[in-house]
Design a protein around this ligand. Structure first.
Ligand code: ZN
Ligand code: ZN
Length: 253
């Protein structure tokens, strides 16, 4: 499996995943044009994409989905309620693939798991090819043992580390927004991400990627240092941080 985080954060999210037989985008939170540009920059022809899979219907995850799906005739896999929510963005005749539980996109096996977030429903995914598993887990206000159970089986963990609690509270956001982000249906803080990693880390985990960082209430250094304080410096070689405005390298699993 190869994967590349094209963008991550409140300005837009999209992750490219390639298995032996499939090329998939998880979320299309950027314009179709930007997605095309990013894919070309990693030498992927947008025409070779097979499918789109969505986590939830927030704009930063679905902004370009209608355009991109229409232009390249891509089926959209999502929970039925997510598909309902994005219907206004879709053109007539658009192919949709509602799922109720775990599903295949060609040889990629997707196991969804529920996340507590202020967009109902929101899912994380385990994505398995052969014996290797990638987890995508962003946009959650609180962690549960059920979420942790799923993450334990991942070889690669892409995890939200959204904000530093002090930066958020002392920052310029209006109070209702601060409350929303910090709430049980908001976003995971650096501290919560660190505690979750400490809870789920095991020898099968090859890489942990901190993602969906807030541009206003976090820095990549702060996210990394906070997490390391909690999990211990011995994990430093395994932890990467994704910055909002920079496409990640193409990782191989
Ligand atoms: Zn988001
Ligand atoms: Zn969201």
């Amino acid at each position: 499996m190869r994967y590349c985080i094209l963008a991550s954060g409140s300005r837009g999210n999209s992750t490219f995943i390639e298995t032996q037989y499939a090329r998939i985008l998880v979320d299309v939170g950027l314009s179709a044009k930007k997605i095309e540009d990013y894919l070309k920059s990693i030498e992927i022809d947008p025409d070779s994409i097979d499918s789109i899979v969505l986590t939830h219907a927030h704009t930063d995850h679905v902004r370009g989905v209608g355009q991109l799906a229409h232009k390249y005739k891509l089926p959209i896999y999502a929970h039925p309620e997510t598909l309902d929510a994005i219907t206004p963005k879709l053109k007539q005749g658009q192919k949709i693939e509602p799922w109720q539980e775990a599903f295949y996109v060609k040889d990629a096996f997707f196991t969804p798991f529920h996340l507590s977030h202020d967009c109902y429903p929101t899912f994380g995914y385990l994505i398995r090819e052969n014996s290797k598993t990638l987890a995508i887990c962003t946009d959650l206000g609180v962690t549960t043992e059920r979420v942790a159970d799923h993450l334990r089986s991942a070889n690669i963990l892409i995890l939200e580390s959204n904000h530093d609690p002090l930066m958020l509270m002392n920052g310029t956001y209006p109070w209702h927004l601060k409350e929303r982000i910090a709430s049980r249906v908001g976003h995971l803080s650096n501290v919560e991400a660190g505690e979750l990693i400490r809870n789920v880390y095991n020898m099968n985990m090859e890489k942990i990627i901190l993602a969906h960082l807030s541009e206003d209430n976090n820095t990549s250094k702060l996210a990394l240092n906070t997490v390391l304080e909690i999990v211990g410096n011995q994990l430093e070689p395994y932890i990467h941080v994704i910055e909002q405005r920079r496409i990640s390298e193409v990782f191989q699993l």
